[in-house]
Design a protein around this ligand. Sequence first.
Ligand code: GAR
Length: 196
Amino acid sequence: MKRIAVLASGRGSNLRAIHAATMGGALAGVAKIVLVGSDKPDAPALAFAVESGIATVAQPKNSLGREAWDAAFVEKLAPHRPDVIVLAGFMRILSKVFVEAYEGRIVNVHPADTRKHQGLGGYDYAFREHLEETTVTVHLVDHGLDTGPILAQRTVDLRGALTLEDVEHRGLAVEHALYPEALREFLITPPVGLRK
Ligand code: GAR
């Protein structure tokens, strides 16, 4: 069983989907969530972890620079010995301190095609541009902003979506299905070059 640490800043709907998958879905017998970490001590994701009996680490934003914040956070993750870091709405750009500590082992879900739209507001972008479809991406995190190798993508049908809420609702449904499946594939058959 692989040990995964899920990092989330907010609502935590992807965390819930991944947790459900470890309990009896795509990740059952493959992975276990050993830790939920956050930069927001009041994140609903952390409350869910506590309810579910999962260890938590919360480190609020502070006046330290990005690298010092990351170094302190990486130190707090270490005792939980995660094999893989799973970003699920973790709204921080990781510095090289973090990326190098878990090189090739940090996975992210992004609400757009990372080749077309990076950073925040993936669903706002799709709504504003009146896209008929968008693409959810699961990718490895490298030193750039949403530039890492793509592990999996899936199309979201946006035809007839009249509100941003509708766009987001449809997109999240795809994320919740795709992310556990992509993680399963990644954990069982790591991409060539990352195999031990
Ligand atoms: C998800 O839509 C995820 O793709 C997005 O944040 C949301 C988190 O929702 N991530 C990014 O935009 C990262 N650039 P959740 O807290 O309900 O899982």
